[in-house]
Ligand binder design. Structure first.
Ligand code: ADP
Ligand code: MG
Length: 489
């Protein structure tokens, strides 16, 4: 045994030796319906405990499920977004006992799920397979009161059924991920897709998306190893930490000649460890059988086509569109960020009306990371970029004008702002004579600048500073650098 704790570092590095970590994620997404999956109780986060309930979500005897059509439509939307085949599907009873599920069974889909196969393209270009995405009902929420916070050792437990019966889509990814970082990228991309198509609000912090991470180790090229399923991962940070910890734990087990036991493990965020839970059930333990109170769903082709026609552009399609407009690759950081921030429409529109693509992408990446940036008009941005490219404004002045534009909520024009700020374009002969003066005033520095090219970087900073001071910030640093180089010969 080593003495250091595995997985305590925040980095997401690969395990030592030639071990490769293999990850497959199961994401539960709460669907953004108004009511629950099988009843008219409200589907809404929070609220006083046990106020969004009715006989069906409480599982009272005699209550019957009635399927929510909107939930099926949202499931189809997700299926289409992930390139799944939309299939006729059957609800099944998954039998188990837990106080947060008073019927003692969960209605889920089992061997005939609604969405089968599919894939998702990450911003890195990596394509991850999707096994299936099936509908099921959420359970209630139990709170174990006591020092441990777990059911074992609790003084008593409380149950809130507000969440019971909320529609969930369980999206089962293939074991195609190879690092904690890739796993986090996958979850973030999936979140963006779900939000873009209106299927879920994607709020991890409210449990609208919950991730179970299956982690195993193997040597590349060999068969996959035995996996552990990590539950209770509530943020991307926890996901990364939990995977790194679990990979390191399994390396230790395997290097010591042991075997990884297939089991469910819980991530304890406070301690930074995964702890052994139950050993993993097999499907037969659940005694699945078709739900007798619900008929199979068979979405007809016209319905599916109507849903398809109403789909917005997906994040990957938006990245591709912006990449074409900007003349760069879709994996370019600025492109990924533009789509993440919802600024790609603005960027594409500004480029369309003639703005320099690379300046537009730079502004989106570095200067528009603020609330309300999407309300900026494309024409304003294009005008500003035009002034920048023509040398009417320096880079610093452009940033200032941009900030004012955002503050005015797009009401003012870039040219008016520039004028009000006194950002007159500096006449180039005036600038040259200013540089003459600055150079003449610092002969020792100038001599070194001319004699020693290795010092030029540092010294041009010195001269730019002096010129800026003399021109009260109106000079363009790049123009000054060019002029100095020309003078030095
Ligand atoms: P379960 O009933 O155990 O939840 P599922 O079929 O719903 O099984 O999900 C299996 C998940 O485990 C999938 O996300 C899949 O990608 C992942 N998985 C399967 N085998 C491995 C493995 N060897 N290593 C890591 N993940 C795996
Ligand atoms: Mg599962």
């Amino acid at each position: 045994m080593t003495t250091t704790e595995p997985g305590t570092s925040e980095s997401t590095s690969n395990p030592p030796g030639d071990w490769e970590v293999v990850i497959g994620l199961e994401v539960h997404a709460e669907l953004a319906t108004r009511t629950k999956l099988f009843s008219s109780a409200r589907n809404e986060f929070g609220g006083e405990p046990n106020t969004h309930v009715d006989p069906t979500s409480l599982g009272l005897p005699g209550s019957l499920p009635v399927l929510n059509e909107k939930a099926v439509e949202l499931a189809i939307r997700v299926g289409l977004a992930l390139g799944c085949e939309i299939r006729p599907s059957v609800f099944a009873r998954k039998n188990y006992f837990y106080p947060d599920m008073p019927k003692d069974f969960q209605i889920s889909q089992y061997d005939q799920p609604i969405n089968v196969g599919g894939s998702m393209e990450l911003p890195t270009g990596q394509v991850v397979g999707i096994e299936r995405a099936h509908l099921e009902e959420d359970t209630g929420k139990s709170t174990h009161v006591g020092t441990s916070g777990r059911i074992s050792g609790a003084d008593f437990s409380l149950v809130d059924y507000n969440r019971a019966g909320v529609p969930l889509l369980e999206i089962v990814g293939r074991p195609d991920l190879r690092s904690a970082e890739e796993a986090a990228t996958y979850v973030e991309e999936l979140r963006q897709i779900l939000v873009a198509i209106g299927a879920s609000d994607g709020k991890l912090e409210e449990g609208s998306m919950r991730v179970d991470a299956n982690v195993s180790l193997h040597h590349p090229g060999e068969a996959l190893g035995t996996r552990c399923e990590i539950k209770n991962v509530n943020s991307l940070r926890s996901l990364r930490r939990a995977i790194d910890y679990e990979a390191a734990r399994q390396v230790e087990v395997l290097e010591a000649g042991g075997k990884v036991r297939q089991e469910t493990r819980h991530w304890d965020e406070a301690v930074g460890r995964t702890l052994s839970g139950r050993s993993k059930e097999e499907a037969e333990d659940y005694r699945y059988f078709p739900e007798p109170d619900l008929v199979p769903i068979a979405p007809d082709a016209q319905w599916v086509e109507r849903v398809r026609a109403s789909m917005p552009l997906l994040p990957a399609q938006r990245r591709a569109r912006l990449a074409v407009a900007g003349g760069v690759r879709a994996t370019e950081g600025a492109v990924v960020i533009a789509v993440q921030r919802g600024l790609d429409d603005l960027a594409v529109a500004a480029i369309d009306v003639g703005a320099d693509p690379s300046r537009v992408l730079t502004h989106v990446e570095h200067n528009l990371a603020v609330e309300g940036a999407d309300r900026l008009g494309a024409a304003s941005l294009a005008e500003l970029v035009g002034m920048e490219v023509s040398g009417e404004l320096t880079a610093t002045q452009t940033k200032t004008v941009l900030a004012e534009l955002l503050a005015s909520d797009g009401a003012a024009s870039p040219r008016d702002i520039a004028k009000a700020k006194g950002f007159e374009a500096m006449d180039s002969s005036a600038l040259e004579s200013m540089i003459d003066e600055v150079v003449a005033a610092h002969p020792a520095e100038w001599e070194r600048y001319v004699a020693d090219p290795s010092q030029r970087g540092k010294l041009s900073g010195f001269f730019i500073g002096k010129v800026m001071k003399a021109t009260r910030g109106q000079a363009d640093g790049k123009v000054v650098t060019g002029s100095l180089l020309r003078r030095a010969g």
